[in-house]
Design a protein around this ligand. Structure first.
Ligand code: BES
Ligand code: MN
Ligand code: ZN
Length: 514
């Protein structure tokens, strides 16, 4: 999508769909009033907005939509349709409500296969215009997203023209350079989130571990990241026994993918920021086979990996002055004659032995090697892993929040704040000594699955054994990586959660270190 920013009023509005966000008026009012800035335009359109509002049907409730067809087009205006979108009460408007507004507009344009969307920036008191610009761009790009590459009719021209350009119109003529810069940032972040959604939505047959590696290499080539993929004998030599064990049941061999953004070179003596992703391209459960209902959703068990690719892409495009490393442990968890079994005792790269009590607890096993590799190879200043790790986190938080835990309270708080700023909510949960005790084995250093109780925390406690002293946080995105609910900028399927938050976190770190 192309995003244009125009300032200085809406006199020359022209496009297939003009989106106007309106705040709900106080109780008792019939509905929102026609904003002063829109009156002239409405006259040119034959007064269609005024008469629609006069009916009182449009209350301005959050996400309310009303589509209007102008009865005229005078002056320089040429507007095919007007879409009124409710923004809720004017008080306390934040970036998320702006994002939802633009998302609703772009989604409507996409549905109607309209190529030119014009979005009138709402006058949001308490929100800086440049923050508004970024949120509008994000909403527009996210709201237009569809996963339709396997729909025959989606491959034609209609798909290319739908939402080809979005123009953001700002009333005030001030600060256009700044507004453009922030709209561009929003575009990069949201496109990267859409890339993460594409990777997660891709079915297991389309994107096995080697396919994920190929996509990482492509993104690296396009954005100037470096990419290294370790597989086969090199994984064996590198001691990645746990990753290899999980992948051993599949004909599609495991891959360790390393993406690197070397920004801010020479500025710092400390190690890079590391983000580690679980990349199980399909999780059948292995020999501890999952029940068949909903098993297909486990194609998104690489959503942590997808967030890593998305965040690295955005960091590269934004030229963030920081050294950021992404590490992905990619494997397919399948049952077969060569698969690892319950009861097996396997080695890990860190030298700790693991008793496999459930082959469906595979995420922590592959992450054990990835976290150990990242810790020893890069000596990170801080490390975050993202993983669709446990059903327990999904049950606890649903699609509304990510479970956050780790060994460093300050880091967890930093991430939580980055998530608040980008509307990707995180809830801290404890890692207690008792959780680790639950993972002790009579025959090995650790076992890979505890009981049902405290499942998200016991998984986290297992991971903690592989990070040494590195300040580390673990994000369980099992609930937030996928949604069955439709919102203005989300649809059924992968959410791309984590990308916006990670970019915000990395940038906050840069400012802190400056
Ligand atoms: N990938 C699943 C967790 C998951 C469940 C992600 C639902 C997204 C939605 C993970 O590999 C898994 O199977 N976890 C088991 C662990 C158990 C066997 C200790 C679980 O949570 O049931
Ligand atoms: Mn599993
Ligand atoms: Zn899994």
């Amino acid at each position: 999508m192309r995003i244009n920013v125009k300032t200085g009023g809406i006199a020359a509005a022209s496009g297939d769909l003009l989106a106007i966000g309106l705040f709900a008026e106080g109780a008792g009012a019939k509905g929102p009033a026609l904003p002063a800035g829109v009156r002239g335009l409405d006259r040119e359109l034959g007064g269609v907005i005024r008469s629609a509002l006069a009916t009182g049907d449009f209350k301005g409730r959050l996400d309310q939509r009303m589509l209007l067809y102008p009865s005229g087009n005078a002056g320089k205006t040429s507007v095919g349709r007007v879409l009124l979108l409710g923004m809720g009460p004017a008080q306390g408007v934040d970036a998320e409500r702006i994002r939802r507004f633009a998302g609703g507009a772009a989604s409507e344009a996409r549905e109607r296969k309209l190529g030119r969307l014009v979005v009138l920036a709402p006058r949001a008191r308490g929100l800086r215009a440049e923050d508004c610009a970024q949120a509008l761009a994000e909403g527009a790009v996210l709201g237009a997203y569809r996963y339709d590459r396997f729909k025959s009719q989606g491959k034609g021209g209609a798909r290319k023209t739908a939402n080809a350009t979005t123009t953001l119109l700002f009333g005030s003529p001030d600060g256009v350079t700044q507004l453009r810069a922030r709209a561009r940032k929003g575009l990069f972040c949201a496109e990267s989130q859409n890339l993460a959604r594409d990777l997660s939505n891709a079915p297991g047959n389309e994107l096995p571990p080697a396919g994920l590696a190929r996509e990482a290499r492509r993104v690296a080539r396009e954005t100037g990241l470096s990419c290294r993929v370790i597989r086969g004998a090199e994984l064996e030599r590198g001691g990645f026994s746990a990753l290899l064990a999980v992948g051993s049941g599949s004909a599609n061999p495991p891959q360790l993918i390393v993406l690197e953004h070397r920004g801010g070179r020479g500025k710092k003596k400390t190690g890079p920021l590391c983000i580690v992703g679980k990349g199980i391209t399909f999780d059948s459960g292995g020999i501890s086979l999952k029940p068949s209902g909903g098993m297909g959703d486990m194609k998104h068990d690489m959503s942590g990996a997808a967030a890593v690719v998305g965040a690295l892409r955005a960091a590269a495009l934004l030229r963030v002055p920081a050294h950021v490393v992404g590490v992905i442990a990619a494997a397919e968890n399948m049952p077969s004659g060569t698969a690892y079994r319950p009861g097996d005792i396997i080695q890990s790269r860190a030298g700790k032995s693991i008793e496999i009590t459930n082959t469906d607890a595979e995420g922590r096993v592959v992450l054990a090697d990835a976290l150990d590799y990242a810790t020893k190879r890069f000596k990170p200043e801080a490390m975050i892993d993202l993983a669709t790790l446990t059903g327990a986190a999904m049950i606890a938080f649903g699609p509304w929040a990510t479970g956050a835990m780790g060994n460093d309270e300050d880091l967890i708080e930093e991430i939580r704040q980055a998530g608040e700023a980008t509307s990707e909510r995180m809830c801290p949960i404890p890692l207690l000594p008792e959780h680790l005790k639950e993972m002790s084995s009579p025959v090995a250093d650790l076992k890979n699955s505890g009981g049902r109780e405290g499942g998200a925390s016991t998984a986290g406690a297992f991971l903690k054994e592989f990070v040494g002293d590195t300040p580390w946080a673990h994000l369980d995105i099992a609930g937030t990586g996928w949604t069955n609910r439709r919102t203005p900028y989300h649809r059924q399927g992968a959410t791309g959660v984590g990308v916006r938050m990670l970019v915000a976190w990395i940038q906050a770190r840069v400012q802190q270190n400056a």
